[in-house]
Design a protein around this ligand. Sequence first.
Ligand code: PBG
Length: 361
Amino acid sequence: MADAVFPEIRMRKRRKDEAARMKYRQTRAISLRDLIMPIFVKEGISGKKAIASMPGIYQFPVRKIAGEAGAIYRSGIPAVILFGIPRHKDDGGSSSYEETGVVQQAIREIKKEAPGLSVIADVCMCEYTSHGHCGIVKPIIGSRLSVIGKKSRRRPDAGHRTPIFEVDNDATIEILARISLSYANAGADIVAPSAMMDGQVKAIKEALKKGGYPGVKIMSYSAKYASSFYAPFRDAAESPPQFGDRLTYQMDYHNSDEALLEARLDIGEGADMLMVKPALGYADIIYRMKKELDFPLACYSVSGEYSMIKAAAMKGYIDERKVALEALTGLKRAGADQIITYYAEEVAGWMESESFDKAQD
Ligand code: PBG
């Protein structure tokens, strides 16, 4: 380290003007190539439908999905991640793996319209189960939850109290594998398991290999924390748990070593990319994962992160564009190669309207 101190060293020289700032800039500005746009596709609606808790984000019917995805692609964003809201939900989430399921149809439509767009499909059961959990739910023997239904809704389990149900890990990963295979059949480039079940990557990898899709990649939500930042998404995807919470499968946000272990296990099971979620408040996890594992890494700037910036901007408390770009650049600086963000399409619009460096002033 330099021994020199003030006045020999003057740090403000580096910030004197834009030319100086550019010279010393360490993290390159966000590029559209880094961004992934989430899309919600819903069965049984005829036009796009606004999501109240996420201003600017919509649910699309299958027949409008190609147009939307095409516009995203033409704006310069290379990838989308799809979430489906089916007409029919049941305890076993059976509409999740149908060949004519809502996401499967959407993938086919998008691939016809924009074959170059990378299509990532989120693999989870919560949008498809009537109880809203990310897997197959079974009552714990001896608990008072004999039937999972209306009765249990009146006595919600707080998670940290005596559990009355559990999500059956091994039964669930078989279904996640089946969902993934049906997405691969429809033409998905990448499947992204988000259920936080043990062994999910391994089960999916084997199913894809056996099914004849060794080239379909797996982006694993390796470190997905049980987070209150997901609340607006659960409105958008119509997937809130009807009882209990997700604390028995998603990670405890007090932990970071565990995230590294999850990620190492996923690499061992055959993941092609890792992901950290949420992003805001988890930059330390992104940083450690990139540094310690040096593996392709995405992060998911989740619904709550988007809606907080939106809401504050709508009130005039902050400058939306500046805050959004600062937050996204921070995720890159932390080490994320790719960022899933509901701002992706808007960032593309900002970039088109003026030079990006100018936008970042
Ligand atoms: C499905 C899933 C969730 C999100 C992505 N995939 C919700 C959850 O786990 O409850 C959250 C995304 C967001 O908040 O933007 N399991």
